[in-house]
Write a protein that binds this ligand. Structure first.
Ligand code: IPM
Ligand code: MG
Length: 361
């Protein structure tokens, strides 16, 4: 029997309750497809910090490195630990395991409402590929002359040729794969999300690497939009987009907007991928930990369940992944099983139960 070792980090706030739904769906498809899952839970996060003075142990990466994949709930509770400290947990894993692809599919399921009028299931079908290990998130800089009237801070973006090339190449390869799968909307196009008009070193460099990769992949259409214009086009013409490649910060920003095209943060999932599979990849809903909703069972578990779907796809269990997607689509299309964010009264675990039943039926 095939067996997978999955590391589970529920994290803070609503992390515990969404993790239960992740495990529920993970186990459901394992039963159905006859593989086994051995999961181990780790209690790292803000409460761990209050006890130990750190978000996670120093040997976290050693502990995680032999797992097949990681599920991360959500991290952060500013009433306990400042956000720029708590997120070190996420960034340490992304960088330490060279998860240089942040894969963020943006799809709108039938039956889901969004406040954006142009967004329909027919117009919203794109993937944002966000660079995930360098760029604006390199963490290099400093505070100077603290407290003095001329105090200042420096924050340096790092754009290496290797770092830009590999993420842009991944985007072109994904565009080709989506086209093969019959996605013709539009056929195989990679939009370069940039800001080279103003960022005259980093983004000019990024653009030049995009051009190199584009020349090596002439079958894929090229397209360029400044990041500010990208946000405008996402709203005005979401159907224009296929694969969008963006630096770390730009990708972060445009995927929150992308989440609204999907119906809200409750639907947006992401994979932090090390394509070489030298290290485990990590899957997470991209919403925050919403401490004020913790324990109320009002959180939409779809983003979490979608991240589990992405995990199985990454691990090569395509049947399991497709089943989860079909079940999510079926439950959402029924129009009844809705959490509070969708105007319904279903609890987090009731939505998970409905999706589990649809998988097993
Ligand atoms: C995301 C989040 C994170 C990010 C935060 C929690 C560090 O916003 O995954 O999009 O900025 O990458
Ligand atoms: Mg974000």
């Amino acid at each position: 029997m095939k067996s997978y070792n999955i590391a589970i980090i529920p994290g803070d706030g609503v992390g515990g309750e969404i993790t239960k739904e992740a495990v529920k769906i993970m186990d459901a498809v394992a039963d159905k497809y006859g593989f086994s899952v051995a999961s181990e839970h780790f209690d790292w996060g803000c409460d761990y910090y209050l006890k130990h003075g750190m978000m996670m142990p120093d040997n976290m990466l050693d502990t995680l490195t032999n797992f097949d994949a990681i599920f991360l709930g959500c991290i952060g509770d500013a009433s306990k630990v400042p956000d720029h400290i708590s997120i070190s947990l996420i960034l340490t894993i992304r960088k330490g395991f060279d998860q240089y692809i942040n894969l963020r599919p943006i799809i709108l399921y039938p039956g889901v409402e969004t406040p954006i009028r142009t967004a329909t299931p027919a117009t919203v079908d794109m993937v944002v590929i966000r660079e995930n290990t360098e760029g604006e998130y390199s963490g290099i800089g400093g505070f100077f002359k603290a407290g003095a009237p001329d105090a200042f801070a420096l924050q340096t973006g790092v754009f290496t040729h290797k770092g830009c090339e590999r993420v842009i190449r991944y985007a072109f390869e994904l565009a080709r794969k989506r086209n093969k799968l019959g996605n013709t909307q539009p056929a195989g196009m990679v939009t370069n999300c940039t800001k080279s008009n103003a960022l005259n070193y980093s983004m000019v460099f990024w653009d030049s690497v995009y051009q190199e990769v584009a020349q090596a992949n002439p079958d894929i259409k090229t397209d360029t939009a400044m990041v500010d214009a990208t946000t405008m086009w996402f709203i005005k013409n979401p159907e224009h987009f296929d694969v969008v490649v963006a630096s770390n910060l730009f990708g972060d920003i445009i995927t929150d907007l992308g989440a609204m095209l999907q119906g809200g943060m409750g639907f947006a999932a992401g994979g932090n991928i090390n394509p070489e599979t030298k290290y485990p990849s990590m899957f997470e809903p991209i919403h925050g930990s919403a401490p004020k909703y913790a324990g109320k069972a009002v959180i939409n578990p779809i983003a979490t369940i979608e991240s589990i779907r992405m995990m199985w796809e990454h691990l090569g269990e395509e049947g399991a992944s497709r089943d989860i997607q079909d079940a999510v689509a079926k439950v959402l299309a029924s129009g009844q099983v809705r959490t509070r964010d969708m105007g319904g009264t279903y609890k987090t675990h009731e939505v998970g139960d409905a999706i589990k039943e649809a998988i097993l039926r």
